[in-house]
Design a protein around this ligand. Structure first.
Ligand code: UN1
Length: 488
């Protein structure tokens, strides 16, 4: 029996007006159906927006510490259900269980962080150029926020957006990826049980083209926060009209390895960054820029390690690499391997779809790549890593920066001068020193430059993303005082 799930609008679990459903299969075993889900449409979005509009007054007037209490409860519930949610996540999107636990943990961390913000949400007070005049800023919610989230962090990324949106007093229309509707439903069930009032969070499942675009174009929605593909981000920017648009898009993240680096450590970093989550992170390390003096040694070491990686169902604790999310992703990795070979890249290991049920792909390493090759420029979102050689740090940094993206970067070096040079010069939102490209923590900003996007999420910048600042002047002089004029 395949379960049929509903969506959540105005505090009720409902069917879509379309009367249509879609199915999601288990990526580790494509014969198994995870569930049936509502194929939402424009009218469902409209209802969700109306519900969010009605709920706004009550929620935005609720004192932030009270909103925080509900978030603390959500955090507790996520904690209690961590193991079940992690297993469900692995089942639905394939990442190995230890990473799925990390995904839920990231949501727990973000929820607690934002819950505590209920007692801060700081503005600032400052001086005035005039006597008997007081100046300060206060924070206000944006209004209705549209949240459009990807499948690769199906609980963490929704939490990055939902929790700051909620603590700031916004109401929400939430559209998750159609590859992970079940994780979204489970998360919203927790929000409901923890006491988020009706209409404050509305969940509409369904296609990006209809549900997503209706959110983007809706004039009552004040802000859209999107994490996903660059091309979708570009379309959103074009279609959104006058609203705040926060985009978190792709990456082509490099790990630079200098000839003074601890190579064992660097190999660990490339394995984790390149093949963790089967390469399906916007922070994945998909390029290794290596000093020519240590290239041969590094390649020998890493190929041995890659050959030992075990592919399999992520629920099996012995599995290192789970499946890709769907067949299209598997095809994409395969195509890029063909492209890489045609471009003259040298395939060191992997490159094939193994004989397994499910959307698996072998961890793959190309070497002797050049910067203008497509496999060294384009986001593959699969377990395919390109090695490029550099003669010194300056060249390595130049190569690192010569892509359109700028999310995460890493350098392995034991020379403090190299490390600081990289921190200064790498064009990216994140630079790691002697650590891989992945592993952001919730209280620090996360996001990128160039075509990676236009925002920072997490920490205090997550509050910036979901609130507006109002400037307040209070003149208690009892007379007309003109700024810039009556200053003597
Ligand atoms: C993403 O890849 O979409 O730092 C987000 C990390 C994770 C978040 C990644 N905490 O890699």
């Amino acid at each position: 029996m395949v379960e049929r799930h509903k969506m959540y609008i105005n505090g009720e679990w409902v069917d879509s007006e379309s009367g249509e459903i879609f199915e999601r299969v288990n990526p580790a075993n494509s014969d198994e159906i995870i569930g049936q889900f509502q194929k939402g449409n424009e009218n469902d979005v409209k209802k969700a927006v109306d519900a969010a509009e009605n709920a706004f007054e009550y929620w935005s007037e609720t004192p932030p510490p009270k909103r925080g209490e509900i978030l603390f409860k959500i955090g507790e519930m996520l904690k209690q259900q961590k193991e079940d949610l992690a297993k469900l996540m692995t089942w639905e999107m394939g990442k190995v269980l230890v990473e799925a636990r990390g995904d839920v943990q990231e949501a727990i961390d973000m929820t607690y962080y934002m819950a505590a913000e209920g007692r801060r949400l700081f503005g600032h007070t400052t001086t005035s150029e005039l006597k008997e005049k007081f100046a300060m800023t206060v924070r206000r919610p944006l209004g209705i926020c549209g949240l459009i989230t990807p499948w690769n962090f199906p609980i963490a990324i929704p939490a990055w957006k939902l929790m700051p949106a909620l603590i700031c007093g916004n109401t929400v229309v939430f559209k998750p990826s159609s590859d992970t509707p079940l994780c979204a439903i489970k998360l919203v069930e927790i929000l409901e049980k923890a006491g988020i009032p009706k209409g404050v969070v509305n969940l509409v499942t369904g296609p990006g083209g209809s549900v997503g675009m209706s959110i983007v174009k809706n004039e009552k929605i004040r802000s859209v926060s999107f994490t996903g593909h660059r091309d979708t981000g570009a379309t959103i920017l074009k279609e959104a009209g006058i609203k705040k648009v926060s985009l978190e898009l792709g990456g082509k993240n490099p790990i630079i390895i200098m000839d003074d680096a601890d190579l064992e450590l660097a190999v660990d970093g490339v394995i984790w960054g390149g093949f963790g989550t089967t390469g399906q992170r916007c922070t994945a390390a998909s390029r290794v820029i290596i000093h020519e003096n240590v290239k041969a040694k590094f390649e020998k070491m890493i190929v041995e390690r890659i050959k030992k990686l075990r592919l399999g169902n992520g629920l099996d604790e012995k599995t290192d690499i789970g499946p890709l999310v769907n067949r299209a992703a598997q095809e994409k990795s395969r195509n890029y391997v063909e492209i890489g070979l045609k471009e003259g890249g040298k395939l060191l290991v992997g490159g094939h779809i193994p004989e397994m049920k499910g959307f698996f792909f072998e961890p793959t390493l190309f070497t002797d790549c050049f910067m203008d090759m497509r496999i060294a420029q384009e986001e593959i979102f699969g377990p395919v890593v390109a090695v490029i050689s550099a003669k010194d740090l300056n060249e390595a940094i130049k190569l690192a920066n010569s892509v359109e993206y700028g999310l995460s970067t890493s350098i392995y070096t034991n020379n403090v001068r190299n490390a600081f040079k990289a921190i200064e010069k790498l064009e990216a939102g994140l630079t790691y020193v002697n650590a891989s490209t992945i592993g952001s923590e919730v209280h620090l900003p996360f996001g990128g430059v160039k075509h990676t996007g236009n925002t920072r999420e997490g920490g205090i910048l997550g509050i910036e993303e979901f609130s507006e600042v109002k400037t307040v002047y209070v003149d208690y002089s009892g007379k007309l005082q003109r700024a810039q004029i009556d200053i003597e």
